[in-house]
Design a protein around this ligand. Structure first.
Ligand SMILES: C[S@@+](CC[C@H](N)C(=O)[O-])C[C@H]1O[C@@H](n2cnc3c(N)ncnc32)[C@H](O)[C@@H]1O
Length: 234
């Protein structure tokens, strides 16, 4: 499809990757300064998933799948197993996911093709999407993550990627962040693009060791938070 025929919600970012605009929240799904760059810097590298021998990733929320494709492509490149579990309560049309991915990393991977094939046709209630290809597996739960029965002591990495705390405050509250901390295995790492003071304080209050990092393009800082051995038990 020629570039000018793309749906108006698709945004091409300076690193050549794409994201989309979400009208409900009035925000882009990913960084408009570089969607793929943010996925790699903030999430993959922030959680050290890019060096992990068998990452188990928990993501909130799946959005248009930029973080997932970056993680999938990285696991495939390194030949490691991947178990990726995401939550998404408002699935974008499959066509938007497809257009965002076009020409990008992971877009040609058979697991991404399966995700698109199984993606819900309408944004009403759906059973989880779960599919795999060789040693790579993905599950997307189409529900409000606040109501979810989250795994415990499981994730090697948690991508906290809600919309901004001002527009999507419920996934950034101290109570919810404390629940998220309990999903990490010992040594597991949570990463987020936000460096807001209240997010930092919530992560610390949940017993995580919080570190500020240089942000991805367009952002001064981002955060990573480690569940260290000997930290608060849940
Ligand atoms: C910033 S976007 C995520 C972008 C995504 N990680 C990507 O790579 O394209 C935030 C996503 O979180 C989802 N979300 C927000 N609050 C949620 C909730 N309470 N439960 C489940 N999903 C939620 C939104 O619908 C949206 O798709």
């Amino acid at each position: 499809m020629p570039e000018d025929a793309l749906p108006s919600s698709i945004i091409t970012t300076p690193d050549g990757s794409r994201t989309a605009f979400n009208a409900r929240f009035g925000e882009a799904y990913g960084s408009q300064h570089g969607a793929q760059g943010q996925a790699h810097h903030v999430f993959l590298e922030g959680t050290e998933t890019h060096t992990h021998p068998a990452p188990r990733v928990l993501e909130i929320g799946f959005g248009v799948g930029v973080n997932f494709r970056a993680t999938l492509a990285d696991a495939q490149r390194r030949g490691v197993a991947l178990d990726y579990v995401a939550y998404e309560f408002d699935p974008a049309p499959a066509e938007v996911l497809r257009e965002v991915a076009q020409g990008g990393e992971g877009a040609e991977h058979p697991l991404w093709a399966k995700v698109l094939e199984l993606w819900p046709k309408a944004s009403t209630a759906h059973s989880p999407l779960t599919t795999s290809y060789r040693n790579l597996r993905v599950t997307v739960h189409f529900q409000d993550v606040l109501q979810a029965d989250l795994p415990r002591d499981w994730a090697t990495a948690l991508y906290l990627d809600g919309f901004s705390p001002t527009r999507n405050p419920e996934v950034w509250t101290p109570e919810f962040v404390e629940r998220l901390a309990g999903t990490l295995e010992m040594g597991g790492i949570l990463a987020t693009y936000s460096a807001a003071g209240h997010v930092r304080r919530s992560l610390a209050a949940a017993g995580l060791q919080v570190e500020r990092r240089e942000g991805a393009a367009g952002k001064r800082e981002c955060l990573r938070a480690v569940r260290e051995v000997g930290s608060v038990e849940w």
